[in-house]
Write a protein that binds this ligand. Structure first.
Ligand code: GRG
Length: 260
C-alpha cells in the first residue's frame, strides 16, 4: 500500500480539493482527510488498472507496477485495502464528525465516484468497447465515469463544507465535470505524443488494447481543439467567483497543458 501511494504522482486530485476549498471558503487543514481520501481511491484504481486482467502494465510512475514489484495477489489486496482506507479516513476524522451531514454527503460523493455510476462503471464500459471504434458521445460516457467522476468529486466535496448558493454550486459543478473531460483528453494526447520514458508507463498501451481514444475518434488536432474548448467552457463557469477561483483556474491550465 505504501509503495503504491507514496511512489510519486502529481497529486492533481488533492490539489483540486484544496483549490476548491479556497473557492468555497474551507480551511486547508479541514480538507486534509478529503484530499487523502480521493488520492487513496485514485491509487487503488491505478493498482487494479495495471493488473494482468485489466491493462496488464509493467510500469507506473516510472517504476514497476505494484503486481510486478510484489505479486498479483498482493496488488489485489493492496488495492482493496486502499479503497477501504479512503472511506475510513473520511468517516473517522474527528473534525469532519463535527459536521455529520456534510461528512455523510462527502462519503456519498466518494462512493458514487468510485462505484458503478463512476469509476468502475466507466471502466466496465471501456472494456466492453474494446476492439470497437466508438463515437464521441460513447467516449464521453466512458470517461465521465472512469476518470471524470473522481475529479468531479474532488472539486465538489469541499462545497459540502462551505457556504455556496445553489447557483454557485451549479457553476462549480459545470467546471468540475468539464475539467474531468479535459484531463482525459490530455491523457489520450499524451499517450500519442510521448515516449515511455517520459510518461512513466508503456506508451501506446491504449492502441495495443485496441481502445478508442479522443485522438483516434477526433484526430489529434480535433482532440486538442476539444480539450481547449472544454477548458474555456469550464473557466467561464467560474467567472462570477473572482479571485476566489484563482487556484482552480491555474489547475485547469495545468490540466490542459500538462506533460505527464
Ligand atoms: C475492480 C479489478 C478492478 C478494477 C477496477 C478502478 C479501475 C479498475 C479502473 C479505473 C480506471 C482508471 C485507472 C482511471 C484513471 C485514469 C487516469 C487518467 C490515470 C492517470 O492519472 P494521473 O495522471 O496519475 O493523475 P498520477 O500518477 O499523476 O497520480
Amino acid at each position: 500500500m505504501r509503495y503504491s501511494v507514496l511512489g510519486g504522482g502529481k497529486r492533481v486530485r488533492p490539489l483540486l480539493v484544496y483549490a476548491s476549498g479556497e473557492l468555497t471558503g474551507v480551511a486547508e487543514e479541514t480538507l486534509d482527510p478529503v484530499a487523502a481520501a480521493v488520492e487513496l481511491i485514485h491509487a487503488y484504481s491505478l493498482v487494479h488498472d495495471d493488473l494482468p486482467a485489466m491493462d496488464d502494465d509493467d510500469l507506473r510512475r516510472g517504476r514497476p507496477t505494484t503486481h510486478r514489484q510484489f505479486d498479483e495477489a498482493t496488488a489485489i489486496l493492496a488495492g482493496d485495502a486502499l479503497q477501504a482506507l479512503a472511506f475510513e479516513v473520511l468517516a473517522a476524522d474527528p473534525k469532519l464528525a463535527a459536521r455529520p451531514q456534510a461528512q455523510v454527503r462527502m462519503l456519498a460523493w466518494l462512493a458514487r465516484a468510485a462505484g458503478p455510476a463512476g469509476m468502475v462503471g466507466g471502466q466496465a464500459l471501456d472494456m466492453a468497447a474494446e476492439g470497437r471504434q466508438i463515437d464521441e458521445r460513447g467516449l464521453e460516457r466512458i470517461h465521465r465515469g472512469k476518470t471524470g467522476a473522481l475529479i468531479r468529486a474532488s472539486i465538489m466535496m469541499p462545497s459540502e463544507l462551505g457556504l455556496l448558493s445553489g447557483d454557485e454550486r451549479a457553476n462549480l459543478d459545470v467546471f468540475a465535470r468539464d475539467i474531468g473531460l479535459v484531463f482525459q483528453i490530455r491523457d489520450d494526447l499524451l499517450a500519442v505524443d510521448q515516449d515511455t520514458a517520459t510518461l512513466g508507463k508503456n506508451a501506446g498501451s491504449d492502441s495495443g488494447n485496441e481502445k478508442s481514444t479522443y485522438p483516434s475518434t477526433l484526430g489529434v488536432e480535433g482532440a486538442r481543439r476539444r480539450a481547449a474548448e472544454t477548458q474555456r467552457h469550464a473557466v467561464d463557469a467560474l467567472r462570477t467567483f473572482g479571485g476566489r477561483s484563482d487556484a482552480l483556474l491555474w489547475l485547469s491550465e495545468f490540466i490542459l497543458n500538462r506533460s505527464s
